[in-house]
Design a protein around this ligand. Structure first.
Ligand code: ADP
Ligand code: ASP
Ligand code: MG
Length: 420
């Protein structure tokens, strides 16, 4: 059996006719090496953003089912165009929607989860020597409606297909050279990481490194798919995501990540009685809103009321408000929102066994007059919610404080200053 590879091209990599033709040539070159190719494409350039804007122009609260009908068109356009370009290069290509490719999801519109991949049609097309192009970011629900997989979801399509057809590797071609020690758009001297573990990549993706969608990393870890994230503009190797024991180096801190799309929701004057946090979080979970950090301050004295704050993705504010409105009304609680929050995180497997990292993070932010509003940690991550407009400064300060640029990144066996 010839080798099979999944190649995924992101929006910037197929943004115009020239780039689409370049992707087509790259796919064909791989095929001519004797490899079977399934290519997953994103919508061109800012197409998804434009479709969302178009929906908002006609409706303040677009119906989620219709939203998915709309959003799924972007990737379909890219695939049909690319198939035409590949045909002109003398190869047989067939484009498929997510539904035609057998991607079955749950019914949670605009952030559906893949339940199953029925890849028979892809296998048949590969056996007939076709190059198969699959529209990323979409599937068909168990209720037979078109669904989409959440922003950045084409990464997950690619990984799920790689798992289903037993591809040797899932290559994610994008507009940067791989996964870096920080977003290279914010930290120009960030370091490309040749190898990163699933454990660290999961923390990075979940704290804002959108270069790989979180679910794609989860899926790859659960199904043993090897990801190679690399540039679509040249042929140099990028970043390979591998199981923990295969990573070559173990720096103390691997990366600084950030997100600017955070909002804080505060319930003011919540009665200090058991069960309320449970009710609020259940209502949000039922509405499919992901809560990130939660803080509840203690009432000053018994019988008093407390404040409860949590962060949610900014786009989820209306849904979150709707979900908690009945509870807030019943308890006579005021709900306030602050949509301008950001988050900066440091991730590194080395911090598990190394005290003093948190102190260095907080001191660095303090020295830069950056106020920390909320904090959360995992064994290999420390995250701070900070004012949205200070996020770039916070990222640069932490990246420099932990010596992550170029070759001078710190190893756990080396002391790193007054807090080690
Ligand atoms: P695509 O359209 O190819 O899917 P994305 O925009 O989803 O591309 O992801 C690539 C972008 O991710 C880069 O342009 C970069 O700005 C951003 N990014 C954020 N954090 C990182 C990081 N740690 N390493 C690399 N890129 C990052
Ligand atoms: N086009 C979708 C988005 O912009 C999916 C993707 O590119 O992965 O989020
Ligand atoms: Mg992406």
């Amino acid at each position: 059996m010839p080798e099979t590879v999944v190649m995924k091209f992101g929006g910037t990599s197929v943004a115009d006719a020239e780039r689409l033709k370049r992707a087509a040539r790259r796919i064909v070159a791989k095929r001519e090496n004797g490899t079977r190719v399934v290519a997953v494409l994103s919508a061109r350039g800012k197409e998804t953003d434009q479709l969302i804007a178009a929906a908002n122009e006609v409706s303040p609260n677009p119906d989620p089912r219709e939203m998915d009908m709309l959003l799924s068109t972007g990737e379909r356009v890219s695939c049909a165009l690319c198939a035409m370009a590949i045909n002109d290069l003398g190869h047989r290509a067939i484009s498929l929607t997510g539904s035609q490719a057998g991607i079955v999801t749950d019914t949670s519109h605009t952030k559906a989860r893949i339940l199953e991949v029925r890849a028979d049609r892809i296998r048949d097309a590969l056996a007939e020597d076709s190059i198969v192009l699959v529209a990323g970011f979409q599937g068909v629900s168990t209720a037979r409606d078109v669904t989409t997989l959440g922003r950045g979801g084409s990464d997950t399509t690619a990984v799920a297909l790689a798992a289903a057809i037993g591809a040797e590797i899932c290559e994610i071609y994008t507009d940067v050279d791989g996964v870096f020690s920080a977003d290279p758009r914010i930290v120009p001297d960030a370091r490309k990481l040749p190898v990163v573990s699933f454990e660290e990549m999961l923390e990075m993706s979940s704290s804002g490194a959108g270069v790989l969608q979180l679910r794609s990393v989860e899926y790859a870890r659960n199904h043993g798919v090897k990801i190679h994230c690399r540039s679509s503009f040249h042929d140099r190797p990028g970043t390979v995501v591998v199981a923990e024991q295969e990573t070559m180096e173990h720096p103390l801190i691997t990366a600084v990540t950030h997100s600017t799309g955070e909002a804080r929701v505060t319930l003011k004057g919540v009665p200090d009685t058991p069960g309320i946090a449970g009710r609020v979080t259940t209502a949000l979970a039922d509405a499919n809103v992901n809560i990130d950090m939660i803080i509840q301050n203690e009432p000053v004295s018994e019988g008093h009321r407390a404040d409860m704050s949590f962060t949610v993705p900014r786009d989820d504010i209306p849904t979150a408000q709707q979900a908690i409105a009945p509870i807030a009304q019943e308890l006579g609680v005021e709900v306030a929102t602050d949509p301008s929050m950001g988050k900066v995180s440091i991730v590194g497997a080395g911090m598990k066994t190394h005290p003093g990292v948190a102190a260095k993070v907080f001191t660095t932010l303090g020295e830069n007059q950056i106020n920390i509003e909320m904090i959360s940690t995992s064994p290999i991550r420390i995250s701070c919610v900070v004012p949205g407009d200070r996020v770039p400064d916070a990222v640069r300060a932490l990246h420099s404080a932990f010596g992550l640029s170029g070759e001078d990144s710190i190893r756990p066996e080396e002391p790193f200053g007054p807090f080690s």
